[in-house]
Design a protein around this ligand. Structure first.
Ligand SMILES: Cc1cc2nc3c(=O)[nH]c(=O)nc-3n(C[C@H](O)[C@H](O)[C@H](O)COP(=O)(O)OP(=O)(O)OC[C@H]3O[C@@H](n4cnc5c(N)ncnc54)[C@H](O)[C@@H]3O)c2cc1C
Length: 456
């Protein structure tokens, strides 16, 4: 970046500006996926919309790229880039709850852990991710799949308005009444349209949930997957949770001699009375005897943090995503071949159900264009040792190749990797052309291109 632009950026923002050579540069450029090792020209710890606008304007003047970082969880590492100016929203984390209107306002860099902590004080929540350290920003803009989705829709379905810094540095509010096309595009179109500095969400009563994981023998996998697929079709909307392939961690509830083995797991999160929830859970025990389980009542924020320990920052990540209309019996053989080869305790395969309230919303009502899918599948390769990169990415790729014939053409943009960019049009699905039209209106020069990009 030129000295002139840098000097004027430094004098115009409240937040700190860290350049290559400055103390703290290496800490400032780190993102969650340790496979991503990029050298931005500067990282700006923004303190509000005015700082974000200053970054956008400085990048335009300098001819630099702008990278936007919220929670930093992007698997392709979109929150940083060589030579870019990073708008780091990590200091913008205030969450304010209005219990009277059952709404909450979250600053653009808040995480779901921060959000749930604030809303749970009032017995309220909205759909967020399953890990507490993921950012509200990236997750919501891509759609937002989580435990509460069957009951309350995707995160983006609960978005009421957003404060957005546009590509030309203007700050606008987008809602059903103001900038309605932009508001439509923000709900599933990812970070393509601007930097959201404030999100306002609708909240729902969520107090104690009944949840946790249950591990089954691999031999029982086909029966458990079939039971889940059938059950979830008509399950009450209070039922959240998903089947998974997972290596059992060495934790007290796992028999010592079984820790480290792969299992078919079911993770429960039922937002209803414990007595009713227990009946649902018993239905799974009646299919096959679990090897281990830790299912019971807990506050929703505890459920949201339950698996954080399996996914610390600093792992290598390579993921693939697919939408499934059904979990078809003919595909189960492919899952049962590749799922049990899950290579590390950090890696996992989740089959998130996205029916229920997610299907109440028409596929053209928001930019999230996959309302006909019943499951979002993620094959999440996560491992600590870079020396294992080839073997671990091969597991993800081979698994994906085996199930692709049974999947819909696109996958969820938030679970996609950098090499999925050529699939952007099918990942955005039926809404891609309208998204391109909105992109032409709000970001014709593709300033915000470090994302699953919609080319104007
Ligand atoms: C461990 C883990 C668990 C996950 N679990 C779930 C899950 O349960 N459900 C789910 O749906 N997804 C999940 N994801 C995927 C997640 O939604 C995406 O990785 C998402 O991009 C993360 O958002 P972030 O703000 O943390 O990421 P960042 O890396 O900070 O942001 C990624 C990109 O999103 C955009 N962005 C982020 N914040 C803003 C903003 N305020 N304004 C404009 N653009 C912004 C930018 O383009 C940015 O480059 C998970 C990911 C990980 C690594």
């Amino acid at each position: 970046m030129s000295m002139k632009v840098m000097d004027s950026l430094r004098s115009s923002v409240k937040g700190s500006v860290v350049e290559e050579g400055d103390d703290g540069y290496d800490e400032a450029r780190v993102v969650y996926n340790a496979m991503i090792d990029r050298r931005p020209s500067a990282v700006v710890r923004c303190q509000g919309a005015a700082d974000v606008a200053a970054v956008v304007r400085a990048a335009a003047e300098d001819g630099s790229d702008v990278a936007v970082r919220g929670g930093g969880h992007s698997v392709p590492g979109f929150g940083t880039a060589d030579g870019a100016i990073v708008a780091d929203l990590g200091d913008m984390t205030t969450v304010t709850v209005d219990p009277a209107s059952s709404t909450a306002e979250a600053a653009g860099g808040a995480t779901w852990g921060m959000f749930n902590e604030a809303t749970s004080q009032h017995g309220l929540a909205t759909t967020g991710g399953i890990i507490s350290t993921t950012g509200v920003g990236g997750l919501t803009l891509g759609g937002g799949i989580g435990y509460l989705a069957r009951g309350h829709g995707l995160s983006c379905d609960n978005l009421l308005s957003a404060e957005v810094v546009l590509a030309d540095g203007r700050v606008v509010t987008a809602s059903a009444d103001e900038e309605p096309d932009l508001f439509w595009a923000l709900r599933g179109g990812g970070g393509n349209f601007g930097v959201v500095t404030k999100f306002t969400f609708r909240l729902h009563p969520v107090a104690e949930i009944y949840g946790g994981p249950m591990f089954f023998e691999l031999a029982d996998g086909p029966a458990i997957l079939a039971y889940f697929a059938d059950y979830v079709r008509t399950a009450p909307r209070e039922f959240g949770g998903f089947p998974a392939f997972q290596i059992a961690p060495a934790l007290p509830f796992v028999p010592e001699d079984r820790a480290g083995e792969p299992f078919v797991a079911v993770v429960f999160c039922i937002n209803g009375p414990a007595s009713e929830a227990e009946k649902i859970v018993q239905g799974f025990r009646d299919v096959a005897k679990p090897v281990a389980e830790m299912v019971g009542p807990m506050p929703y924020p505890a459920m949201n943090g339950l698996f954080d320990g399996l996914v610390p920052p600093g792992l290598q990540h390579y993921w693939k995503a697919a939408f499934l209309d059904e979990l078809r019996p003919e595909s189960v053989a492919a899952h049962m071949e590749h799922g049990p080869r899950v290579p590390t305790v950090n890696s996992t395969v989740h089959f998130y159900p996205i029916n229920g309230a997610c299907h109440d919303v028409a596929s053209d009502a928001t930019a999230f264009g996959h309302r006909d899918a019943n499951f979002a599948l993620v094959i999440a390769g996560m491992w600590p040792d870079p020396a294992e990169n080839t073997a671990n990415t091969a597991w993800v790729k081979d698994y994906y190749a085996a199930i692709e014939p049974f999947a819909q053409p696109g996958g969820y943009i938030n679970f996609a990797s950098q090499d999925d960019q050529p699939k952007a049009s099918s990942n955005y699905g039926a809404n891609y052309e309208r998204l391109r039209a909105v992109k032409r209106e709000y970001d014709p020069d593709n300033v915000f291109h470090l994302n699953q990009n919609i080319v104007p």
